[in-house]
Design a protein around this ligand. Structure first.
Ligand code: GDP
Ligand code: IMO
Ligand code: MG
Length: 429
């Protein structure tokens, strides 16, 4: 298997950015295939911190980055992000970033609708990033999205805006939110066109050529399996499929091209936004994990909810996500805890489940079935080999492997790029 797909195995923020950046040294091309700038991927390289939302994490390594058709692109956000990383000394131009010409755009009206809907939901809100992700995917499926290629055809753009505004202004007015003006939107898009179009191309063709030339492709997932629109804790999910199968359709390659699927999981659990979280800790231990793990959203700045490692949930993600191996991150955050817990299944009423059922009522009622494992007193922080790990930390990792039914092929022991233990090179299959 020459290629690798990296996907989140929990509710996001597992450290995908760090792992993709580390693996990018072994790849030629890094491809984003779903999601949008709801993602926040943090890379720490020699003291410099890069926060990426749309740019594939490979750009920091100087690799070719591709934004696939499965991504929803906010053109302003993309250009702002390029300017921001250029301010940190990276060069991003059409020679190292290509964007699928058939990717749908996120417009300001999508973010407005996202926020207006969340307000209208009140107590039942999803806790979205407010960036218009859901409404943009809805427009794609409804066949009214404006796509990157439309920027080259002003007449197409104008006609599509009429259709889009008829739909959105009606909804926005109904929600009591300000409506959008066509002339202003058209002018803004036409002004963005010459800045965006130089990046646009049929990326599937480049990927096909790269594959035939034996180049290594790294597919970079955003969000995670439990936020997948089909397989996650619906409706508290994002609006795209986040499983590895999406890497194929979201980039324009066949399913056989996806290769080794590396699932990323934290050594504990976190979640931003609302929704079921069976192993959540609302006590001092949860607070401590959040403080030590610096669990604040990269995109939203919101404090992430924290809890024990949920092996039943990750096992489910391994199965539906097609995960071959796991990268376990943030083991260092557990250093010094006298006792750790791992969830092995759920109790709902008087029934026992080995998986999280789909119905929202059952998910909300699911009680974890914990097993307790002794902690370790030494440090794992910055460890770069198995030999540097306390024996009890190795035991914890081994127990996770058993319970999730997948091998741990990579371990991350700090935010820094090189504080990583490779067990098995995913590019070797
Ligand atoms: P992503 O969305 O999956 O890319 O993850 P984020 O970047 O949103 O969140 C992960 C956070 O954990 C970032 O701040 C990383 O710098 C940090 N991180 C990644 N791996 C490790 C690790 O092994 N240990 C610690 N302490 N922090 C890590
Ligand atoms: P990365 O790639 C964590 C969550 C939001 C919300 C739900 C829907 O950094 O792991 P959306 O704006 O997508 O419609 O919000 O999904 N969410 C994430 N949580 N990490 C992310 O991305 C997320 N992207 C979306 O908080 O609960
Ligand atoms: Mg993140």
């Amino acid at each position: 298997m020459a290629n690798v797909a990296v996907i989140g195995a929990q509710w996001g923020d597992e450290g995908k950015g760090k792992v993709v950046d580390w693996l990018a040294s072994r790849a030629d091309i890094v491809v984003r295939f779903q999601g949008g700038h709801n993602a926040g991927h943090t890379l720490v390289v020699g003291g410099e911190t890069y926060k990426l939302s749309l740019l594939p994490s490979g750009v920091v390594r100087g690799k070719l980055g591709i934004i696939g058709n499965g991504v929803v692109i906010d053109p302003e956000a993309l250009l702002d992000e390029i300017a921001r990383v250029e301010g940190q000394g990276l060069a991003v131009g059409p020679d190292n970033l290509r964007v699928a010409e058939n990717a749908p755009l996120i417009l300001p009206l999508h973010a407005a609708l996202d926020k207006a809907r969340e307000t209208a939901r009140g107590e039942r809100k999803i806790g979205t990033t407010g960036r218009g992700i859901g409404p943009a995917y809805e427009d794609k499926v409804a066949r009214r999205a404006i796509r990157v290629c439309d920027l080259a055809e002003p007449a197409t753009l104008s006609a599509k805006l009429d259709e889009l505004l008829l739909h959105h202004n009606t909804l926005l007015a109904g929600l009591g939110a300000p409506v959008f003006d066509k002339a202003a939107l058209l002018a803004a898009l036409l002004a963005l066109a010459p800045r965006l179009l130089p990046f646009a191309e049929p990326v599937w063709e480049r990927l096909d050529e790269a594959r035939r030339a034996g180049r290594r492709i790294l597919f970079e997932g955003a969000q995670a399996v439990m936020l997948d629109v089909d397989h996650g804790t619906y409706p508290f999910v994002t609006s795209s499929n986040t499983v590895a199968a999406t890497a194929a359709s979201g980039a324009g390659v066949g399913p056989g091209a996806v290769g080794f699927v590396l699932g990323i999981a934290k050594a504990y659990s976190t979640r931003v936004g609302a929704g079921p979280f069976p192993t959540e800790l609302v006590d001092a231990t949860g607070q401590m994990l959040g403080d030590r793990g610096r669990e604040f959203g990269t995109v939203t700045g919101r404090r992430r909810r924290c809890g024990w490692f949920d092996a039943a949930l990750v096992r489910q993600a391994v199965k539906v996500g097609g995960i071959h191996g796991l990268a376990l991150t943030k083991l260092d955050v557990l250093d010094g805890l006298p006792e750790l817990r791992i969830n092995t299944g759920y109790r709902i009423g008087d029934k026992i489940f080995s998986r999280l059922p789909a119905a929202p009522g059952a998910q909300a009622a699911a009680e974890p079935i914990f097993e307790t494992i002794e902690g370790w007193s030494g440090s794992t922080r910055g460890a770069r080999s198995w030999a540097d790990l306390p024996a009890q930390a190795v035991k914890y990792v081994r127990r996770i492997e058993e319970l999730v039914e997948a091998p741990v092929t990579l371990l991350s022991t700090s935010p820094e790029r090189d504080d990583t233990i490779l067990v098995r090179d995913p590019f070797e299959g």
